[in-house]
Design a protein around this ligand. Structure first.
Ligand SMILES: C[S@@+](CC[C@H](N)C(=O)[O-])C[C@H]1O[C@@H](n2cnc3c(N)ncnc32)[C@H](O)[C@@H]1O
Length: 314
């Protein structure tokens, strides 16, 4: 079907189809292109409708100013800017996260880590316990805030080296009504943390140096380098992070870290060499995406705390 021309008094449906056709043409040949979804997100955002609600409003006419806004956004999308960067927000765990220059766009794959932590807590009968959570490299706060939204008695600290990210995470916590239970600090991983946590989570940078240049432009040009660069083999952060667990993980605590495709064997090994029980969880594509570490020796007692010192508030 030929998409309707611009300027013909667009309805929601005609605008959506025209934008989808423009985006399909601009991304022809890209495997992971989603022109229909992108068009729904752009039109829906401009009109204040969710992508699913949009279909209920298909016959409404679109005010010309909104049509022009959507057209400008579509031109940016066609030039390779991700939808989340155009709109300045991304949904993660069905929650809305504002983004800024210093934050990674949270990825659906990372929901594997959230689901793994919740499943492990359910298995231990601890979902309703007064838990403490530490999120290292918190970015937009996606992991910590998703967990807090599911764990009514938990409190948490998110740390990022990027002050911009820590500020954005704090804004997200307040916007999501979780500001009382989430605190954000600027710091170098857990260097300045004293106290032990029931749950330590991290999605560290894990792109290998050789792969950085091959990343899609949407990632390479729009996600912060600090959030991506995992050193020569992509595994540079894990040894230090795992070493630090001895000082920050409660005796019955659990750590969950995200990994890249093909990294599971070596990261599991790093965890086991340090005396942890280690297991992996797969994402929806079947890729081992999350590693869980648990101290082997069953120690008695649970330290609640997580007192942060010598770190700057954003
Ligand atoms: C892959 S991103 C993950 C962001 C977020 N947790 C998520 O899953 O969407 C890695 C994060 O680690 C942060 N980071 C990098 N080096 C760091 C360091 N030395 N100390 C603390 N955070 C760091 C980056 O700024 C970035 O926000």
């Amino acid at each position: 079907m030929t998409p309707p021309a611009a300027g013909a008094g667009a309805t929601v449906a005609t605008l959506r189809r025209r934008i989808a056709a423009q985006l399909a043409a601009s991304c022809a040949g890209e495997d992971d292109a989603t022109p229909d979804l992108d068009a729904r997100l752009l039109v829906g955002h401009a009109l204040g409708y969710s992508p699913t609600d949009l279909v209920l409003h298909d016959r409404e006419s679109v005010p010309p100013a909104i049509e022009r806004t959507v057209e400008a956004w579509a031109d940016k999308r066609a030039a390779g800017v991700p939808v989340a960067r155009i709109l300045g927000e991304k949904e993660f765990w069905s929650l809305r996260f504002a983004l800024s220059d210093g934050t990674l766009v949270p990825r659906p794959d990372t929901e594997t880590l959230v689901a793994a932590a919740l499943a492990a807590l359910d298995g231990a009968g601890r979902r309703a316990a007064p838990l403490t959570i530490l999120d290292l490299g918190t970015g937009s706060g996606a992991i910590l805030l998703a967990l807090l939204s599911e764990l009514p008695r938990a409190i948490g600290i998110g740390i990022d080296l990027s002050e911009d990210a820590a500020r954005t995470a704090r804004r997200n916590a307040v916007a999501l009504g979780l500001g009382e239970r989430a605190h954000f600090l600027v710091g170098d991983w857990s260097a300045a943390i004293s106290g032990r946590f029931d749950i330590v989570v991290s999605n560290p940078p894990y792109i290998a140096a050789a792969d950085m240049a091959d990343l899609p432009v949407a990632v390479r040009a729009h996600d912060p380098h600090l959030a991506l660069d995992g050193g020569a083999e992509g595994l540079a952060v894990y040894p230090g992070l795992f070493d630090s667990l001895a000082a920050i993980l409660a005796p019955q605590g659990m750590a969950f870290v995200e990994i890249g495709a093909g990294q599971a064997e070596r990261v599991l090994q790093m965890g086991r060499e340090r005396g942890y029980d280690a297991q992996s969880y797969r994402d929806f594509a079947g890729i081992e995406r999350t590693i869980q570490l648990k101290p082997k020796a069953a120690k008695i007692g649970l330290e609640i705390g997580g007192e942060a010192a010598n770190v700057r508030s954003p």
